[in-house]
Design a protein around this ligand. Structure first.
Ligand code: G1P
Length: 288
C-alpha cells in the first residue's frame, strides 16, 4: 500500500474553546511553543506521510501560512543574528507539502473529507488525522495504523477505550478482537447514547482509508446533528471492504477539552530541560 497523503480537516468552529477561538482557529492555539496543528503534522511526517491536505474555511488561512515561509520575519531574525530561531521557523515551512481545500459550507466531517476527493489518487490509500486530536507514544499513532493497513491491506481506524460516561462524545465501534489490540469492525455508530453504545472503543481521530470511502460518503444521508458523518461512511466502507480497528498505544490529548489542553501544555513544557525545574517549582507554589 502506497500511503503518502494525509487529510487534516481544520474547518470546525471550535466552540468548545471560546472565547479563545473567537478569532484564532482552535488548531492554532499553542501547546507550549507550537500550535496544536503542528504536532499533528509532525506526527504525519514522522510516519512517512509527505502531502498534507488541509480542509479549511475562510477564517483558517493562518494555518497554511504557518507552514509557509515568512520572509520578513526570517530577514529580521537573520539581521539580528538569531540563527537558532531562524532555523526553527524555516523548518516549519519546509516540513510538508501543503494542499489547501475550502469546505465552503460546514456540513460535517464526512463532507469535509469528501472535499478532498479530487486531490486523492483513485488507487492509493490515504490517512485522515483530526486537527485537534494529539497523540504521543513510542510509535506515532498514525504509524501504528499504517503498519496494520500495509500488512492486512484493509482500511484501519484508530480507537482507544474511554470511560462509559464519555461514549456519547465519540464514534463507537463494535467488533471482535482478532489479535491483541486489533479488532475486526462489524459496526460503527456516531455519538451513541450511553445506554446504546455497543462498546467503550472510541474512534480517536486517526484513520487509514481506501478511495472507496468517497463513493460511500456520497451515499450517506445527514446523520447525528444533521451532519454528513464520516462514521456513517465508514459503516458502508466496512461492509464493502472490511475494516480493522487498532487500539492505539500512547497518550492522547483532546485539545478542545480545557483540562486536557492544559495538561498537554505542562507535559510538553516538562520535556524542556531548561524550563523543567523552574516550572515544577512554580507549579508547586500554586498548590495549597
Ligand atoms: C469526530 C468524529 C468522531 C470521533 C471524534 C474523535 O467527532 O465524528 O467519530 O470519535 O472526531 O475526536 P468531533 O469531535 O469532530 O465531533
Amino acid at each position: 500500500m502506497n500511503i503518502t497523503k494525509v487529510i487534516i480537516p481544520v474547518a470546525g468552529w471550535g466552540t468548545r474553546s471560546l472565547p479563545a477561538t473567537k478569532n484564532i482557529p482552535k488548531e492554532m492555539l499553542p501547546i507550549y511553543n507550537k500550535p496544536v496543528v503542528q504536532y499533528v503534522v509532525e506526527e504525519a511526517i514522522h510516519s512517512g506521510l509527505r502531502d498534507v491536505i488541509f480542509i479549511t474555511n475562510r477564517d483558517k488561512n493562518v494555518i497554511e501560512d504557518h507552514f509557509d515561509y515568512n520572509l520578513q520575519l526570517e530577514a529580521t531574525l537573520e539581521r539580528n543574528g538569531k540563527q537558532d530561531m531562524l532555523a526553527k521557523v524555516r523548518a516549519v515551512a519546509e516540513m510538508a507539502r501543503i494542499i489547501s481545500i475550502r469546505q465552503k459550507r460546514a456540513l460535517g466531517l464526512g463532507h469535509a473529507v469528501a472535499c478532498a476527493r479530487d486531490v486523492c489518487s483513485s488507487d492509493d490509500a490515504f490517512a485522515i488525522m483530526v486537527g485537534d486530536d494529539l497523540m504521543f507514544g513510542m510509535t506515532p499513532g498514525i504509524q501504528q495504523l499504517i503498519d496494520v493497513a500495509r500488512s492486512e491491506r484493509k482500511p484501519v481506524i484508530g480507537v482507544m477505550e474511554v470511560p462509559q460516561d464519555e461514549v456519547s462524545r465519540y464514534g463507537i465501534i463494535s467488533g471482535k478482537e482478532s489479535s491483541p489490540g486489533i479488532y475486526t469492525v462489524s459496526s460503527l455508530v456516531e455519538k451513541p447514547k450511553i445506554s446504546e453504545a455497543p462498546s467503550r472503543l472510541a474512534i480517536v481521530g486517526r484513520y487509514i482509508l481506501t478511495p472507496e470511502i468517497f463513493d460511500c460518503l456520497e451515499k450517506v444521508q445527514p446523520g447525528h446533528g444533521g451532519e454528513i458523518q464520516l462514521t456513517d461512511g465508514l459503516q458502508l466502507l466496512a461492509e464493502k471492504r472490511g475494516m480493522l480497528a487498532v487500539k492505539i498505544r500512547g497518550t492522547r490529548f483532546d485539545a478542545g477539552n480545557w483540562a486536557e489542553y492544559l495538561t498537554a501544555n505542562i507535559y510538553f513544557a516538562l520535556q524542556d530541560e531548561e524550563l523543567r525545574d523552574d516550572l515544577v517549582q512554580r507549579l508547586k507554589s500554586l498548590l495549597p
